[in-house]
Design a protein around this ligand. Structure first.
Ligand code: SF4
Length: 346
């Protein structure tokens, strides 16, 4: 089992990976998971503001070697837009957060703390939210914290041991030759009428129910199972806990999507899920080997953390600006219109 002691932007780097920009030392494919990793090296101390150039084929190029670490957000980001994944993986500084991101980050950060240490004034955490909306958003954040904390208290009352924001679990996947990092919101050994199980909770402050939320829960459970998290080897229960309804209203009782994974054997469906993850990780590997990642624009660009530094989006914004300028030039205001309006106003 890998033992991690230090994190870096939510993702620690395994000890056998050297500093980004230097050569990457990769463990052989047949290495087992029964290894101890010493204190990991930091990949980068600070994120760097970068404006990347786009290649003619619509890709951006890598700046250094891959550290061969994978988290579930990496997989999701890569599937949505390879370029966004590369910018995150190589330490580019994200731009302004969306309101949804700011809410999620504030809620997760606060419920991880003991109650007496939580901020009374959460507006401090919402500097990226426009000032006019900040007080209203702060009320939502406070309400979400109350709901999430209540649900966690209930988890705790049924648990032998509970960890909020646990240290990341790290599993070496010999099929893809990569390290998988998983960090759920809550992990606990719980009990019901059928016996003990390992509970893994992923809390969501978004209104949408997405397929990748369930995949993420599977990823957490799989890594927990392979690393025998909390020394547990039995059944794992994952819960995706939604705090809002589809319209965005905060629910009186959170809506939960539970799933179970046997400690002994994966079901056919879970095997397929695992193969899907491995296939995506292999595609990531191919892109790193090629040295180019595709920028895939779409509706998701609106919520992308790199929308202001991404060369494709910059190009799109510039084209729109020029089009609007051209339109304005084609239909100039009649010369006397301003004068007429001024006369009428007078
Ligand atoms: S703005 Fe769009 S195309 Fe650019 S990195 Fe983000 S998701 Fe990809």
């Amino acid at each position: 089992m890998f033992i991690e002691t230090e994190t870096n932007w939510g993702r620690p780097v395994a000890a056998s990976v050297t500093h980004a920009g230097n050569a990457t030392e990769v463990k052989p494919a047949n290495e087992t998971t029964a290894m101890t990793v010493q204190k990991p090296a930091k990949q980068f101390k600070r994120r760097v503001a970068r404006l990347r150039e786009m290649n003619e084929n619509g890709t951006i190029s890598v700046l250094g070697p891959w550290n061969r670490t994978v988290s579930v957000s990496d997989i999701h980001r890569f599937m949505e837009c390879q370029g966004a994944y590369l910018m995150w993986a190589e330490g580019d500084k994200p731009g302004e957060r969306t309101v949804g991101d700011a809410i999620g980050q504030a809620v997760h950060g606060e419920i991880a703390k003991p109650e007496q240490e939580r901020l009374v004034d959460v507006t401090k955490l919402l500097k990226s939210v426009p000032e006019a909306d900040r007080a209203k958003v702060a009320e939502q954040v406070k309400a979400l914290i109350v709901k999430a904390a209540k649900a966690q208290d209930e988890d705790s009352s049924k648990s032998e041991s509970m960890q909020k924001e646990p240290e990341p679990m790290v599993y070496f996947d010999s099929y893809t030759n990569t390290w998988w990092y998983a960090k759920p919101d809550v992990m606990a050994i719980s009990r019901d009428e059928r016996g003990r199980y390992l509970l893994i909770v992923d809390e969501k402050t978004t209104k949408g129910r997405r397929r990748h939320h369930v995949s993420a829960a599977f990823f957490f459970a799989f890594v927990a199972r392979e690393t025998k998290a909390l020394g547990f080897t039995g059944t794992i229960k994952t819960v995706v806990r939604y705090l809002r309804d589809f319209q965005g209203n905060i629910l009186d009782e959170p809506f939960e999507e539970p799933r179970f994974i046997s400690g002994r054997q994966l079901s056919d469906r879970q095997e397929q899920e695992l193969h899907g993850i491995q296939a995506t990780v292999r595609k990531m590997d191919e892109a790193w080997t090629r040295g180019e990642f595709e920028l895939k624009e779409g509706g998701h660009c609106r919520g992308c953390s790199f929308r202001f530094s991404c060369p494709k989006n910059r190009q799109w914004l510039e084209t729109r600006r020029l089009e609007q300028e051209a339109k304005a030039a084609e239909s100039p205001q009649p010369a006397n219109e301003a004068g007429i309006l001024n006369c009428e106003a007078a």
